[in-house]
Write a protein that binds this ligand. Structure first.
Ligand SMILES: Nc1ncnc2c1ncn2[C@@H]1O[C@H](COP(=O)(O)OP(=O)(O)OP(=O)(O)O)[C@@H](O)[C@H]1O
Ligand SMILES: [Mg+2]
Length: 277
């Protein structure tokens, strides 16, 4: 028995009327507290996979377990208690005209007592740095702020896992960084397991582990360093290599002894100091 919080065994999903399976036999264990990034070109099955974690889709074959509960129609409610989801477009996730009411929505639906709702909403808005905007109208907020409100709504439900499906894709660089750092903090400080779907390599390099999907299957899996050191495969799977790896290549061409697999800005700064640059 593994103590994985997410456990997929040959999990597959085929949309009605589709010829191919959108997720085609994925086996994967995610440990509690892990930050897992999922990469892959458009249509590779990332969103379909994420939607099974939240029981929005039920696997058509194989098994998906979330916190030990099998994803099925009957268990959908219990699965959603464990795994919350944040989507790409913050406008589609906000349902109320006042920030704190939006944040309380899920709890109200579950019949949580009002004083408990008050406490959890205050806590969640504080966590995402939006407590002082509790009475604002979401329509007055930036994309990044709206996304933080959507995250607060999920946090208020106290899930063990949050799946983010390209939650930074529509944001400007500041909003993108804020939301990514927030997800990292929730992961590191609250121990929430994070599944982070992204097209940004700079985000993926900061995950504990990366999987790359293609045609519904996992094609590459490992630490960011392991995955991105397969440069040719990464490119063939329709991805880019992280900016710092490109810079490392240019610097090496210019005669500086920077390792090829320098992934993050911090690592690059360290390497350049070693070079005396
Ligand atoms: N509602 C649907 N009905 C039928 N086919 C679908 C549906 N949603 C997705 N698909 C198909 O399933 C496959 C996987 O799609 P999915 O949305 O999971 O990919 P993705 O990796 O999230 O792509 P993107 O990077 O564009 O978000 C694609 O071939 C897609 O066309
Ligand atoms: Mg998608």
């Amino acid at each position: 028995m593994s103590d994985a919080i997410l456990r997929l065994r040959d999990a597959a999903f085929q949309y009605d009327g589709a010829e191919d399976r959108a997720v085609d036999g994925v086996s994967l264990d995610v440990a509690p507290g892990e930050f897992l990034a999922i990469l892959g070109r458009n249509g590779s099955g990332k969103s379909t996979l994420a939607r099974m974690l939240n029981a929005l889709l039920i696997p058509t074959s194989g098994a998906v377990e979330v916190g030990g509960i099998a994803v099925s129609e009957e268990n959908a409610y219990a699965v959603r208690e464990i795994c919350g989801m944040v989507f790409q477009n913050p406008d589609n996730q906000i349902v109320a005209t006042v920030v704190e009411e939006d944040c309380a929505f899920g709890l109200e639906n579950r019949g949580v007592p009002p004083e408990e709702i008050r406490r959890r909403v205050d806590e969640a808005l504080t966590e995402v740095g939006m407590r002082e905007r509790a009475l604002a109208s979401p329509s007055m907020l930036s994309g990044g702020q709206k996304q933080r409100i959507a995250i607060a709504g999920v946090l208020a439900m106290r899930p063990k896992v949050i799946a983010f499906d390209e939650s930074t894709a529509m944001l400007d660089p500041v909003g993108r960084r804020d939301v990514f750092e927030l997800a990292r903090r929730i992961n590191r400080e609250e121990g929430v397991t994070v599944v982070w779907i992204t097209h940004f390599m700079e985000e993926a390099v900061r995950a504990d582990r990366v999987i790359v999907m293609d045609r519904g299957r996992i094609e590459l899996e490992g630490t960011p360093r392991e995955v991105f050191s397969n440069v040719q495969e990464v490119l063939a799977l329709g991805l880019d290599v992280p900016e710092m790896m490109k810079l490392a290549r240019d610097l090496r061409a210019a005669g500086l002894d920077v390792p090829m697999d320098t992934l993050t800005v911090e690592e690059m700064a360290e390497e350049l100091c070693k070079c005396g640059a």
